[in-house]
Write a protein that binds this ligand. Structure first.
Ligand code: ASP
Ligand code: MG
Length: 428
């Protein structure tokens, strides 16, 4: 039995709002499963809109033609709105959708050189704004702009939360709204003290759901995905996946850390702190059981297989053939942090130190500029990083047989290796 004033947070990702039919399905789920509780609904950008905005931003920022892409994005959102919303709303002046699209056009037209990450946030954030305007209206829910509430610092593209301010803001603003019915707000976004938009990192909407749940002492969070729960591998790449019916916060954090694309890595901690359970359910099959993530003990878990594509292996050698020392490592770590390349795996030998990171031509170039004088640097791109959590001998054989491993590492629970990527790989 739910407490009558209990707050539940739902998160709907891009796939669950990818078109008018998907949004109609979302509405059905909210009406059926969310009716006995106060509901805060966090929504991502529709379908692949964030990727489209990244491309638009890149074109506009580098002075290239972007009008066709902008028109496609506009037509797509207006088309979905036309299918779902009453005619008079669409034609009303001012219309929130129309004015958002206009603001986006203005932003793109007035970008300035440099200042890439800050301007990225001001543009890419439109995906969530547009999606939530449509969903809120279609659902008859209150539209909430999360940016004045979710306070971050100025770390563009990965805003760091100012928790005390955020908690104060959310607790003051949201409960009164929830008394009147569901509230729809944006995933992925935050705002600085001076009112600029930030984003929380790609796929950050899960984290948004956890932030709201934490601040509101929510009863539970449900993430609605296109898979019925947490699986031991991504079924796009792996055959014979199994679902975990229940799994601990700890295991989930580790899987997310290694790159399982199930849940954004930052999501779990705020929930674990307040002991708020997280349900992962399928929007395609909402009655299916899904996964409950919470405080639980389990027997041995099935090995989890995690694949990260688009990796880059960078090796540093000190130029004078001295050993890699703490002083050298400090310089390397400092530079990696400065260009914001995250280390997924590292290994050192006497004269060289290697890290595996996501490949970003832009960040790698910045890194080379910083360190070239001091180190000889080699790198390989187009690599994949595989992690097996809770491995056993057969699970290692399953992944490594027939592959050339560029690097491998093993701890008690985790086996990782790097190899060359092969497109459309499917592992049986
Ligand atoms: N729309 C953002 C992204 O695609 C955030 C999210 O979906 O969680 O990365
Ligand atoms: Mg998404």
């Amino acid at each position: 039995m739910q407490r009558p004033h209990a707050i539940h947070v739902y998160k709907f990702g891009g796939a669950s709002v990818k078109d008018a039919g998907a949004i109609t399905n979302l509405i059905r789920i909210v009406r059926e499963y969310g009716r006995d509780t106060q509901l805060l609904i966090v929504v991502s950008a529709m379908g692949k809109t964030t990727n489209a905005l990244e491309e638009l931003f890149h074109l506009a920022h580098s002075g290239q033609e972007y009008a066709p892409q902008l028109a496609a994005l506009r037509d797509f959102h207006l088309g979905v709105a036309a299918e779902l919303l009453p005619h008079d709303w669409q034609n009303a002046e001012p219309n929130p959708l129309g004015s958002l699209l206009e603001q986006l056009g203005d932003r793109l037209a007035t970008l300035t050189p440099g200042d890439y990450d800050r301007q990225y946030d001001q543009v890419v954030s439109f995906g969530e704004l547009l999606a939530t305007v449509i969903v809120a209206k279609a659902l008859g829910a209150h539209w909430l702009d999360c940016r004045p509430l979710l306070r971050t610092d100025h770390t563009w593209r990965e805003g760091r939360m100012d928790w005390p301010t955020t908690e104060r803001n959310v607790r003051a603003a949201v409960p009164p709204l929830l008394q009147h019915g569901p509230v729809v707000t944006q995933g992925f976004l935050g705002g600085t003290a001076s009112g600029q938009t930030t984003t929380l990192g790609r796929e950050g909407s899960d984290f948004t759901a956890a932030i709201f749940a934490y601040c509101l002492h929510a009863e539970a969070v449900t993430i609605w995905k296109d898979v019925a729960g947490l699986l031991n591998a991504d079924p796009k790449f792996f055959a014979d996946t199994v679902r975990y019916p229940e799994i601990s916060y700890q295991e989930t954090i580790e899987m997310a850390y290694y790159g399982a694309s199930v849940i954004h890595p930052k999501t779990i901690k705020p929930l674990a702190v307040k002991q708020i359970p997280l349900y992962v359910k399928s929007f395609l099959d909402p009655a299916a059981e899904g996964t409950r993530i919470g405080d639980c003990r389990h027997a041995l878990l099935a090995p989890a297989f995690i694949r990260k594509t688009g990796q880059c292996l960078i090796s540093f050698e000190s130029k004078d053939l001295t050993f890699i020392s703490e002083e050298n490592l400090e310089v390397i770590f400092g530079a990696l942090a400065q260009v914001r390349l995250k280390i997924h795996l590292m290994q050192n030998s006497a004269i060289s130190f290697s890290v595996c990171t996501d490949f970003s031509a832009y960040r790698l170039e910045k890194l080379l500029t910083l360190l070239r004088d001091q180190f000889t640097i080699h790198y390989n791109t187009g690599l994949e990083l595989y992690t097996i959590k809770n491995y056993d001998a057969p699970s290692i054989r399953r992944l490594t047989d027939g592959r050339e491993l560029l690097l491998e590492q093993r701890t008690r629970q985790t086996f990782q290796f790097i190899c060359r990527g092969s497109a459309n790989e499917y592992i049986k």
